[in-house]
Design a protein around this ligand. Structure first.
Ligand SMILES: [Zn+2]
Ligand SMILES: [Zn+2]
Length: 306
């Protein structure tokens, strides 16, 4: 019954600490965390901000979309700077293709070519990924985002359908809705599992303590066992002359505790044994508690013979 209660409590706590916060926060943890707004039509395309470079400000970033392939044929993937640096009086958001070189390399090349921001489109897969880079990226001063294949093609087609090449105005915006607050992330990833582990540990300690207490003799039972004062003059040869716990010989006026099995020990030795180690006689293993007079180390068959 107690086992069932513990199990029930464990599951309730698991739901409260892990599943409920995860359920509440999951809708806010969508894949897209930023958007590209095609200003003439207000069409909105999801993208994903890179882990390197600055983040978009609250006001977003407005610029002219520049398909790099159109401005510099043969450089669709942006793995080298544009043949001719763009006029920096305008805000250029450059669209390059994924592949051939690292994300940060593309962004650095476009930054050197006068870009205000970079969009990297995936020509093959419809899977949004987060662009990240190893090493020092503090030289990257422009924001960049990743577009999965269908979003990349939508933006690409929108740019091509615009009269006059590279005239499409777009706005990069940060999508507040999708941002997971730091404290929520901290709660789900660290605090919640820690609380669960703490709870499980407390349960484990409690059960361990219960098991230990079951193996010990209560102090009142131990204090109720008879005692006697040892004198060599009254010593019988069939009685033990030493305490089996501390292995010291009994001396005159030593206080001895006599267990129900008639084995005798120093009072301080046997009392500590019974109340902190085991409730059984150290020699014959007989239980000193009156409720069960069993000998735990013997099988039922042997007990019936004894
Ligand atoms: Zn002793
Ligand atoms: Zn005994």
């Amino acid at each position: 019954m107690r086992k069932l209660a513990f199990s029930l409590l464990y599951h309730i706590l698991f739901v409260l600490l892990v599943l409920v916060p995860a359920g509440i926060l999951a809708p806010h943890a969508g894949l897209a965390e930023a958007s590209v707004v095609v200003l003439p039509t207000n069409a909105t395309i999801d993208d994903r901000s890179a882990m390197f470079g600055p983040h978009l400000g609250d006001d977003g970033l407005v610029g002219q979309l520049l398909i790099v392939e159109a401005a510099d044929p043969g450089n669709a993937d942006g793995c080298r700077p544009l043949a001719r640096r763009m006029d920096s009086s305008k805000s250029w958001i450059m669209l390059v293709e994924r592949g051939s070189c690292g994300f940060v390399e593309k962004v650095r090349n476009m930054q050197a070519s006068g870009a205000a921001a970079v969009l990297v489109g995936d020509p093959w897969y419809d899977l949004p990924i987060t662009m990240y880079a190893t090493g020092d990226t503090s030289d990257v001063r422009i924001p960049s985002s990743f577009l999965a294949r269908s979003d990349y093609h939508r933006l690409h087609d929108a740019a091509l359908s615009e009269p006059g090449s590279n005239a499409l105005k777009i706005k990069l915006v940060r999508n507040e809705y999708y941002e997971l607050p730091f404290l929520d992330v901290l709660f789900i990833t660290i605090l919640s599992p820690m609380l669960m582990m703490g709870f499980i540990y407390i349960l484990y300690r409690l059960r361990l303590r219960q098991h230990r207490l079951r193996d010990l003799a209560p102090a009142d039972v131990v204090n109720g066992l008879p005692t006697k004062t040892f004198y060599h003059s009254k010593y019988h040869e069939d009685e033990p002359a030493e305490c089996a716990i501390c292995l010291d010989d009994f001396d005159d006026e030593d206080e001895l505790r006599i267990l129900p099995c008639k084995h005798q020990y120093h009072v301080k030795c046997i009392d500590r044994w019974l109340t902190t180690r085991k409730k059984f006689c150290p020699i014959c293993k007989k239980n000193v508690c009156p409720s069960s007079e069993t000998t735990p180390l013997l099988s039922p068959q042997l007990r019936s013979i004894v």
